[in-house]
Design a protein around this ligand. Structure first.
Ligand code: GAL
Length: 406
């Protein structure tokens, strides 16, 4: 009798386990687990954003033209895939509180479907504050609704810009820095959780201008990339001030979580081609997101060749996901290096002065043997070190970018 009782209890347990397993497998068939950060952004995101060129004037036609040009120009084939509308798309909220685009974007789902039909991905912009930086409605108090709207529209990327939430923090926290930081973290985490709850994979780009050592906590609140600086503009002076100031941040970047020294200005007209090569080289060595900010539908061949230099893009997108750092500096000359998969190293020789300068790169600076192999990534040709040294003239504000292999 006793035996019988035991065996029926065991049977009941097996039956219960079966039901649990069945439920779990049905659930997992319905809802896939949210991708990890490293799956969402295994390498620094590449794409285009409307702000640097179009700013507040951007409309649907501009975005369609950018998406089309990304494909026809060869940018997409070189790795660029996100088409991101920055600030000024936002319209009014309806009676239920859902956001609608303004008259510049009459059919957002249609526009997003068009971008997707080209094989590209789509990004949008908002703020945790009541107003965006350009004064349009932000997500304050509507975070969950906005995340659901973005997911419904088919958004794949969100740039979330602190803007007016900074004032709310300031009012609530005053000089209490710990509270200020806690409020920033909570605001970003709230939107990250809201995005996650939709089940749609959406890359989360944090923009709070690189304050409060965001690189130390950005990943912890769900950021896949975070701005490390204030805004870039289309001058060598500003680009260089930002780019050469990134030293020391390498250890905070990696697959799924990237330092973002702001978008590219390549092709916007304020720098020389050589300065744009410097911009592109430095961003690649920094494993920075490569978000073009020019008018893709009206690029010169030189602009296109800078943005799509496969050997330079490959440095940025290297699967090891290590950010580079400065290894040597003397006066206006700087040498930066980025470890690559397979033990190679990308090296940028930079001249920040108004005059040309000769620089000597020693293989020992990166711990490589004298016989290592060198390739110039802008000339697309192999070059020769002599006795472990490579001496070359750098144009004003110029660069030589090398790949060094053992
Ligand atoms: C700034 C941001 C820029 C751009 C702009 C839009 O705060 O840094 O990249 O998004 O807002 O208003």
């Amino acid at each position: 009798m006793k035996m019988k009782t035991v065996s029926s209890a065991v049977l009941r347990r097996f039956a219960a386990l079966g039901v649990i397993l069945l439920c779990a497998s049905t659930l997992s068939a319905q809802k896939r687990p949210y991708p990890t950060a490293a799956q969402l952004a295994p390498t620094p995101p590449m794409g285009w954003n409307s702000w640097n060129h179009f700013a507040g004037k951007v409309d649907e036609a501009d975005v369609r033209a950018a998406a089309k040009a990304m494909v026809t120009s060869g940018m997409a084939a070189a790795g660029y895939k996100y088409i991101v509308i920055d600030d000024t798309w936002e319209g009014q909220r309806d009676a239920q509180g859902f956001i609608h685009p303004n008259s510049k974007f009459p059919d957002m789902p249609g526009l997003i479907a068009y971008v997707h039909s080209l094989g590209l991905k789509f990004g949008i912009y908002s703020s945790p504050g009541p107003r965006t930086c350009a004064g349009y409605p932000g997500s304050y108090g509507h975070e969950q609704q906005d995340a659901e709207t973005y997911a419904k529209w088919g958004v794949d990327y969100l740039k979330y810009d602190l803007c007016s939430y900074g004032e709310i923090i300031h009012k609530a926290a005053g000089d209490d820095l710990a509270k200020n930081l806690a409020m920033q973290k909570a605001a970003y985490e709230k939107m990250h959780k809201a995005l996650e709850s939709t089940g749609r994979p959406i890359v989360f780009s944090m923009c709070q201008y690189g304050t409060d050592s965001v690189w130390k906590w950005g990943a912890g609140v769900g950021g896949n990339l975070w701005r490390t600086t204030g805004d870039i503009n289309d001058t060598y002076r500003r680009m260089a001030a930002i780019g050469f100031n990134q030293a020391g941040l390498a250890k905070f970047a990696g697959p799924g979580h990237w330092n973002d020294p702001d978008m590219l200005e390549v092709g916007n007209g304020g720098m020389t081609d050589e300065e744009y090569r410097t911009h592109m080289s430095l961003w690649a060595i920094l494993a920075a997101p490569l978000i073009a900010g020019n008018d893709l539908s009206a690029m010169t061949p030189v602009t296109l060749s800078i943005l799509t230099n496969r050997e330079v893009v490959a440095v940025d997108q290297d699967r090891l996901g290590k950010e580079g750092d400065r290894v040597w500096q003397q006066g206006p000359l700087q040498i930066w290096a980025k470890p690559l998969a397979g033990g190679a190293e990308a090296v940028g020789l930079f001249n920040t002065s108004y005059n040309p300068h000769i620089v000597t790169f020693k293989l020992s600076m990166i711990g490589f043997p004298a016989g290592a192999h060198l390739r110039d990534l802008w000339k697309h040709e192999d070059v020769q070190a002599t006795n472990g040294e490579y001496t070359v003239e750098l144009p004003r504000h110029g660069v030589v970018m090398l790949k060094v292999t053992r």
